[in-house]
Design a protein around this ligand. Structure first.
Ligand SMILES: Cc1ncc(C[n+]2csc(CCOP(=O)(O)OP(=O)(O)O)c2C)c(N)n1
Ligand SMILES: [Mg+2]
Length: 586
């Protein structure tokens, strides 16, 4: 092998671990690699270039360069949420891994399959192997435990040690990522390994499928079906059953069969159609007791991390509670408990089908009680919606979050738009007034780390190019999402979206948290919470500068519908738009 600069052998023209890694991703159904590159990636860059030179670009996923890592991971996350296909993220050694920041936590909490790959510093110092150290940074990026950076947030981590089994490692990692509860996985490989010349080989991706969905044991199906059928006030609480859109009609069927109310708690996807008469509303952080939860005598919690917040809002002490989840004890949440009499590990779609089938087969529904209850729940739902509708007005010439959300709802009526929500203290209002109905049309990060929607909008659009993507974000969340990076990526890769900023010029959330604990405290007395964003930044201007977006700030309630309509038309024309909507300031 000829010597290259730095005394290392070159692998020019040969098939390497890097090439096999990319090939394995394609074989596993990965369409995109959202990447932020560095000195660890020549093996990948070279493989992409060779494929292009040889007209084999389809052999590898498409590379989407993201100037900030959180944009890369949130794009992959949203892509997988919309398409149910895991994608890959490539970042730079320890620093790029750390820059993924809270998006890793979001991917875990959002039960989102994604393969994260980072190079690792070369482990040879003297040119012993291709890829050996030849830049000063290779000493400074050598981390003691690079995989440990993400270990608390990924389902699996491993080091690729040789190209000879890189494909098995990639397929196994994605198999684990895709199996429920789905989540992120992390692989690393030093440069020498990525540069290793190997013989091309193949593995059978069919041997790495996700674990088949689990069913309830027969006696558990019977126990839950009987309890629901005999209940006077049965209730289903769910948060993320709708991650699998095919589970939604099954939930609808079971709810209709027995006239069970459905409460969506901390929902970041459509679990149950928002306009359904059996819908009992949405809850996030609420100060009030939910009446349906208080009244319920049998509660089925299915796919929920936070079915209620007991300090504020809890079931009645006598309620019989059943919990179904792929991972019902949630070991990734160190402190967690609900007073269920039965926990069952099962796939929600399969489990609800089993329950509905048994109710039908054994004719468990008591017709008169069911019809009476159906009418009662429908009446309560109608009254709740009417009360919300009455609030959809500006106040004293100022746009309110409720009015804004109603305008967005009207704007999107009849379209198949995908809505991303990162509205924070307005999560509840967005859900209440948007009331999304179509499975797979509404998403949040599922976690608590802000800045997801910026890259998320890019990923959602790439996953569904024919649909409009609309993000509803707080002004703080907009900035957390590194809009300079996200908007640049959107333009470069033709993934425009509409961003509507719920702009209260600051962080309402920490203020509200303080008031919840120190309502009569010194901060409240002085109205001094350190949450204001004055002097105001030109938020849409960032998007205009970085991504050529159409940007506008609006404060006039009368103008709002027209501004939103114009902005959506701009997006339909292929250019992103950011509308900052002035709400009452924090
Ligand atoms: C990465 C990250 N940093 C900090 C926080 C803490 N935090 C929670 S909500 C919030 C404010 C969000 O502001 P904005 O998006 O404007 O929504 P608002 O609270 O005004 O509704 C902050 C800073 C967080 N959740 N994530
Ligand atoms: Mg704000």
């Amino acid at each position: 092998m000829p010597a290259a600069a730095g005394g290392q052998a070159s692998t020019a023209g040969s098939y390497t671990t890097g090439a096999a890694f990319l090939e394995a991703l394609t074989e596993a159904g990965v369409s995109y690699v959202f990447a932020n590159l560095g000195s660890d990636h020549p093996g990948l860059i070279e493989a992409f270039a060779q494929a292009k030179a040889e007209g084999r670009e389809d052999a590898y996923p498409r590379l989407i360069i993201c100037p900030h890592e959180i944009v890369a991971l949130s794009a992959a996350h949203a892509y997988a949420s919309v398409s149910r296909q895991p994608q890959a993220v490539v970042v730079h050694v320890d620093g790029g891994t750390q820059n993924l920041g809270g998006e890793v936590s979001n991917a875990m909490r959002g039960h989102c399959p994604v393969l994260i790959f980072a190079g690792a510093s070369p482990y040879t110092l003297d040119g012993e192997l291709p890829g050996s150290r030849n830049e000063f940074i290779h000493w400074l990026q050598d981390a003691r435990d690079q995989r440990g950076i993400l270990r608390g947030f990924v389902k699996y981590d491993n080091e690729i040690r040789t190209g000879r089994n890189v494909k098995q490692v990639v397929h196994r990692a994605l198999q684990i990522a895709r199996s429920e509860p789905a989540g992120p996985v992390y692989l690393v490989a030093p440069r020498e390994v990525l540069e290793e010349p190997i013989e091309p080989y193949s593995v059978d991706p069919a041997q790495f499928g996700p674990v088949a969905p689990a069913a309830l044991a027969g006696e558990v199906t019977r126990e839950i079906a009987t309890a629901l059928a005999r209940a006077r006030h049965p209730l289903i609480v769910t948060s993320y059953l709708g991650r699998n859109p095919d589970a939604v009609p099954v939930l609808v069927e079971l709810a209709e069969l027995l006239a069970i109310g459905v409460l969506e708690s901390v929902a970041f996807c459509v679990n149950f159609p928002g306009d359904h008469p059996l819908h009992c509303g949405y809850q996030f952080t609420t100060a009030e007791q939910n009446p349906a939860l208080a009244q319920a005598d049998v509660i089925l919690v299915v796919d929920s991390d936070v079915p209620w917040i007991p300090t504020n809002n809890r079931p009645s002490p006598g309620a019989a509670i059943y919990a179904i989840d792929a991972d019902p004890l949630k070991p990734t949440i160190p402190m967690w408990q609900i007073p269920a009499r039965r926990f069952a590990a099962a796939d929600s779609k399969v489990a609800l089908e089993q329950i509905a089938r048994l109710v039908r087969a054994e004719n468990l529904a008591e017709a008169h009680a069911v019809e009476t209850r159906r009418a009662e729940i429908a009446a309560a739902s109608q009254a709740r919606r009417a009360a919300l509708h009455a609030l959809e007005r500006p106040q004293a010439g100022v746009i309110t979050p409720r009015y804004l959300t109603a305008c967005v709802r009207d704007l999107l009526a009849g379209t198949d738009a995908i809505v991303l929500t990162e509205a924070i203290t307005n999560y509840q209002i967005v859900a209440d007034h948007l009331r999304p109905t179509a499975p797979g049309s509404y998403f949040g990060s599922g976690g608590g780390s802000l800045g997801w929607a910026g890259g998320g909008a890019v990923g959602a659009k790439l996953a569904a190019p024919e649909r409009a993507v609309v993000s509803l974000v707080g002004d703080g969340s907009y900035l957390f999402g590194v809009p300079s990076s996200a908007q640049w990526v959107a333009r470069r890769y033709g993934a425009p979206s509409l961003t509507v900023i719920y702009d209260n010029r600051g962080w309402a959330a920490p203020k509200f948290s303080t008031l919840r604990l120190h309502g009569d405290g010194a901060a409240a007395a002085a109205d001094d919470f350190h949450v204001s964003f004055e002097p105001e930044a030109d938020l849409p201007g960032i998007a205009a500068a970085a991504g050529g977006a159409f940007g506008v700030t609006v404060a006039d309630p009368q103008e709002l519908p027209r501004v939103l309509k114009d902005a959506l038309a701009v997006v339909a024309g292929g250019r992103s738009a950011v509308v900052s909507v002035h709400l009452p300031p924090v």
